[in-house]
Design a protein around this ligand. Structure first.
Ligand code: UD1
Ligand code: MG
Length: 463
């Protein structure tokens, strides 16, 4: 059994380079706030992992994003350095925790397997600390790793303190540490701020531990993407591009056909079934799932929605809705929140649906607004049907029962009910319930004025 772990995530910094009024760690990458990547990864992979987030600058943003999550918060009033931030968190660390990880909130892609390697190696080597290192072709700006011939870490030199020789070192500190808890407590009390920044550097822990004859070991990241830190808008862009490709390649490997992996945006928590084909310009976002054998796109936008098997969605937008199997949507349809399309439904050109349910095999092929409606099975909504759901003060619902037929260009003024098998004549404005099996005609009767054109020509001549 592995030992209990605490994960301290530092998120109190200012994030100046992002030039944002929001906290850096809540900036979104593929729609998901940065800090949630780390929190999700820990929650999924460490059964009794405990998370302590150190907040300071723009802390309200961080609280909001982590609302309802199983994390503790520690408050760092002034940002006096990374070691000081860890000190602020120590009160929240449980007594029975043995491995204390320190992570930075702006490095979102770290994998649990890599973190597990840190604690395993620390335990195997009976070390006070195991840290992750990475080899960067351009190490500028990072703390450099000074190690001995056995691979033990002697110290970390920050860029600004490094000599010409040390600056050439490509092994850097990306900022992932696993401490033995008691050793961390001891070493924190010995770190001072006697440097030119007057900051308490967590990286000073390494030199102090060495001086005391304690062991500091390292493992090296195999994938530099995992240790990528995000400080600026450009780095955010680079991270998003890379993540997008990785997500898309993962779907390809599971049997989803993505026609253009560069032009398809699938959020990290989306699930897609086998043999579904996704055409370019498509966004599948939030907590969405798509079934098997679907054809999605081109140019579709699906957010927080559930789509069944064998559905076709083209040039359309779907928000917070559910779509059962064999449904066809688009081109140019819009499903607004809380809509449910049962099996075999068809929603065609310029049809908007809001807060409505459409029963099996119901069809609305063109130019229709369906708002606040409960529609049964096999209903045909003619072109230009409008569900008049709003009286200027309140929304009202409309019921259309099974097999009803609504003629083109009809208004159904809610609240109103169209009974089973009933017909509504084209061009009707329905304000009263229509009984089952009835035909409702609610429009002016037609009159033909015989010879009207000829008379007119006599008056005005030919044009
Ligand atoms: C740090 C490391 C450096 C490493 C680099 C990797 C130290 C002294 N140096 O440098 O070796 O190569 O990260 O990116 O640790 N924070 C707080 N409170 C503070 C200070 C910082 O919460 O008082 C948080 C920041 O919000 C950030 C993280 O700690 O998430 C790192 O701080 P930062 O100031 O960016 O450290 P670097 O100078 O980048
Ligand atoms: Mg930094």
């Amino acid at each position: 059994m592995s030992k209990k772990s605490t994960f301290i995530i530092l998120a109190a910094g200012e994030g100046k380079r992002m030039k944002s009024k929001y906290s850096k760690v809540v900036q979104k990458i593929m729609g998901k706030p940065m800090i949630l990547y780390i929190v999700d990864e820990i929650e999924k992979n460490f059964e009794d992992g405990e998370i302590v987030v150190v907040v300071g600058n723009k802390k309200e943003d961080v609280y909001k994003v982590l609302e309802g999550r199983n994390v503790k918060f520690a408050y760092q009033e002034k940002q006096l350095g990374t070691a000081h931030a860890v000190m602020c968190a120590m009160n929240e660390v449980s007594d029975d925790s043995e491995n204390v990880f320190v992570l930075y909130g702006d490095a979102p892609f770290i994998k649990a397997d890599t973190l597990k390697k840190l604690s395993q190696k620390r335990e195997e080597e009976v070390a006070a600390l195991c840290l992750l290192t990475a080899i960067f072709e351009n190490p500028y700006g990072y703390g450099r790793i000074i190690a001995d011939e056995n691979g033990n870490v002697i110290k970390i030199v920050e860029e600004r303190d490094a000599t010409e020789e040390q600056r050439k070192i490509k092994e850097i500190n990306p900022g992932f540490y696993c401490f033995e808890k008691q050793e961390l407590v001891n070493v924190l009390s010995k770190i001072d701020n006697k440097n030119n920044q007057n900051e308490y550097y967590l990286t000073d822990a390494i030199e102090i531990l060495n001086r005391e004859g304690k062991k500091v070991v390292k493992t090296t990241a195999e994938d530099n993407f995992e240790v990528m830190g995000i400080n600026s808008r450009y780095e955010l862009f680079v991270a998003e591009q890379e993540l997008k490709l990785r997500i898309n390649k993962e779907h390809l490997s599971r049997g989803v056909q993505i026609i253009d992996i560069y032009n398809t945006y699938i959020h990290p928590d989306v699930e897609i079934g086998k043999d579904t084909i996704i055409y370019p310009g498509t966004f599948i976002l939030g907590k969405s799932s798509i079934g098997e054998d679907c054809v999605i796109g081109p140019q579709s936008y699906i957010v927080d929605s559930k789509v069944g098997n064998n559905c076709h969605i083209q040039f359309s937008m779907i928000e917070s809705s559910e779509i059962k199997d064999n449904v066809k949507i688009g081109p140019y349809a819009h499903l607004r929140p809380n809509s449910l399309l049962e099996e075999g439904v068809k929603i065609g050109n310029f049809v908007e649906v809001k807060n409505s349910k459409l029963g099996k095999n119901t069809k609305s092929a063109h130019l229709t607004y369906i708002g606040d409606a409960d529609i049964g099975e096999n209903v045909n909504l003619g072109c230009g049907t409008i569900f008049v759901n709003y009286d200027g003060y309140k929304k009202h619902r409309t019921v259309v029962e099974n097999n009803a037929f609504i003629g083109c260009n009809s208004n159904l003024v809610a609240p109103v009910k169209i009974g089973e098998n009933a017909y509504v004549a084209a061009g009707s404005t329905i304000t009263e319930d229509v009984p089952a099996n009835a035909l409702a005609i609610a429009r002016e009767r037609q009159t033909n004025k015989e010879g009207w054109v000829l008379k007119r020509k006599q008056m005005y001549g030919n044009k």
